[in-house]
Design a protein around this ligand. Structure first.
Ligand code: CMP
Length: 143
């Protein structure tokens, strides 16, 4: 079953939209297989965002993601990687369609509420950074 890593960022946690975001993925039909509210250590943030290391906003990105608790999740389901990104909307909320998570809840690219893996390789890497295998549940009866 395809899995993806999704994370409500510090702005989403502080604005109390965890429940609404989780509800959207649940109602869509995806299954939550792991979740934790956590503060990200700086080294973990640097590893997670390693591909952006040379970007001018890297420092700002790491400062922001470590500025308060995040809600890290693993979801599974058919085409969950692509569909979750469609549900999130464009990375820059100014381009995110109305009805998407960023379209509804975010204004700026730096504080865009949610992160989601962009490919199967990223999903595997990011799940491995945030979760131990035993922290993920298995559903015996799939609907
Ligand atoms: P995310 O999906 O978490 O992956 C990388 C993040 O970098 C992205 O969401 C944005 O929040 C952030 N980002 C992209 N461009 C900029 C920018 N110009 N300034 C600040 N942050 C950015």
């Amino acid at each position: 079953m395809e899995k993806t890593f999704l994370m409500v960022k510090p702005d989403g946690v502080q604005r109390a939209v965890i429940g609404e975001i989780v509800a959207r993925f649940e109602k869509k039909g995806f299954q939550l297989v792991g979740a934790k509210l956590m503060n990200i250590p700086r080294e973990m943030a640097e590893e997670h965002y390693g591909e952006h290391k040379e970007r001018p906003f890297f420092g700002e990105l790491v400062d922001f993601i470590t500025s308060g608790p995040v809600f890290a999740m693993v979801w599974q389901g058919e085409n969950v990687i692509t569909t979750a990104r469609q549900m999130m909307g464009a990375t820059n909320p100014k381009d995110a369609a109305p009805g998407t998570i960023r379209g509804e809840f975010a204004l700026t690219v730096g504080k865009n509420i949610i992160h989601g893996s962009d490919s199967p390789a990223s999903a595997e890497r990011e799940i491995g950074i945030f979760f131990k295998p035993e922290e993920l549940v298995e559903y015996t009866k799939l609907i």
